[in-house]
Design a protein around this ligand. Structure first.
Ligand code: SAM
Ligand code: DTB
Ligand code: SF4
Length: 347
């Protein structure tokens, strides 16, 4: 195995260049993406995160894909913010099952001042279990981002979801600029960014390129890039969206991998309805993170035994944390340590 430095990463991809990647013959695209993947990561390791919904339903936002929006009747029961004991019990179970990161999600437009103390306690106590922490709570103000960083939050998830051009067709209660502002507050506070999107909402290839361009423009790139396949939930405006061609989904993963070579690209929502071959192709295309555990936030995910069997079949092992979590939080962004480059097959 040769160890070497990463190729230079770019932040200036044009939409036309990204569309050209999408149009490559599938084998060429996959080969390119797999090569980039091997230059930056051990190709048979996949990071494993577990999700928990800490506050479910009745969200004031109108995201057309989301079962938790209060604008649609999806039959979901509205729940209050979970108690800390409940969160810790699930975090311990996730750790025992092999997860290295625990992601807590709330159906909020943004957290209120009243919510913050309980949320900060969750960060501190989950982190004390030896897990990486991630939260997704909606839009943040500066002081909220700083407080989360101070409490030790490693990652903040805030997806751009689609291109700037298509955004207004999917969400009308906030703007793309709102989203970008929160992401810059997260970065400013020194946390790692988890940001990606959803494929299969009726968007065109140009929109997928526009989304990936926005993500690749960030400096540094988001450390984690979740690519979700739309989970079609009855009662949401997108319940009858056209089925996504699995090849188009895998192409999106491959292009994300090429644009953001050193980021973890997550094969995120949608695995429950995905066959093993599509998932295997997604790993080949450079996906190296998944949600692990029977539930996402409110919808189903493959159960752990099924994922264990898939990993065994493919020779994939869970990635172990390579570095300690960022030190004194609240400070500047912690520079990414240079990863090891698994180069045995790269050339
Ligand atoms: N309310 C916060 C927000 O929107 O940022 C946090 C929770 S929200 C459920 C987090 C993400 O879940 C969304 O940005 C979206 O990417 C994803 N999501 C929601 N519903 C989905 C669905 N039906 N299929 C795939 N992804 C979905
Ligand atoms: C992300 O990109 N996908 C996750 C997580 N980040 C928060 C959420 C998927 C939600 C799927 C629909 C549900 O289970 O409610
Ligand atoms: Fe609310 Fe987030 Fe769902 Fe949008 S995606 S409705 S903001 S929970």
């Amino acid at each position: 195995m040769t160890l070497r430095k990463p190729d230079e990463t770019r932040h200036d991809w044009t939409v036309a260049e990204i569309e050209a990647l999408f149009e490559l013959p599938f084998n060429d695209l996959l080969f390119c993406a797999a090569r980039v993947h091997r230059q930056h990561f051990r190709p048979n390791e996949v990071q494993v995160s577990t999700l928990m919904s800490i506050k479910t339903g009745a969200c004031p936002e109108d995201c057309k894909y989301c079962p938790q929006s209060g604008h649609y009747n999806t039959g979901l029961s509205k729940e209050k913010l979970q108690e800390i004991e409940q969160v810790l019990a699930q975090a311990k179970a996730a750790k025992a099952a092999g997860a290295s990161r625990f992601c807590m999600g709330a159906a909020w437009r943004s957290p209120t001042a009243k919510d913050m103390p309980a949320v900060l306690t969750m960060v501190r106590e989950v982190k004390a279990l030896g897990l990486e922490t991630c939260m997704t709570l909606g839009m943040l103000q500066d002081d909220q981002a700083e407080a989360l960083a101070e409490a030790g939050l490693d990652y903040y998830n805030h997806n751009l979801d689609t291109s700037p051009d298509y955004y207004g067709d999917i969400i009308t209660t906030r703007t793309y600029a709102d989203r970008l502002n929160t992401l810059s507050r997260v970065r400013q506070a020194g946390m790692k960014i988890c940001s990606g999107g959803i494929i299969g909402m009726g968007e065109q290839r140009r929109d997928r390129s526009g989304l990936l361009q926005q993500l690749a423009q960030m400096k540094p790139h988001p450390e984690s890039v979740p690519i979700n396949q739309l989970v079609k939930v009855e009662g949401t405006p997108l319940e009858n969206a056209d089925d996504l061609d699995p090849i188009d989904f895998v192409r999106t993963i491959a292009v994300a991998r090429i644009l953001m070579p050193a980021s973890h690209v997550r094969l995120s929502a949608g695995r429950e309805s995905m066959d093993e071959s599509t998932q295997a192709l997604a790993f080949m295309a450079g996906a190296n993170s998944i949600f692990y555990g029977d539930k996402l936030l409110t919808t189903d995910n493959p159960d752990i035994d099924r994922d264990k069997a898939l990993f065994a079949k493919l020779g994939i092992v869970p990635e172990h944390r390579a570095e300690p979590s960022p030190g004194p939080v609240g400070g500047p962004s912690v520079p990414r340590s240079e990863p090891l480059f698994y180069d045995a097959m790269a050339n």
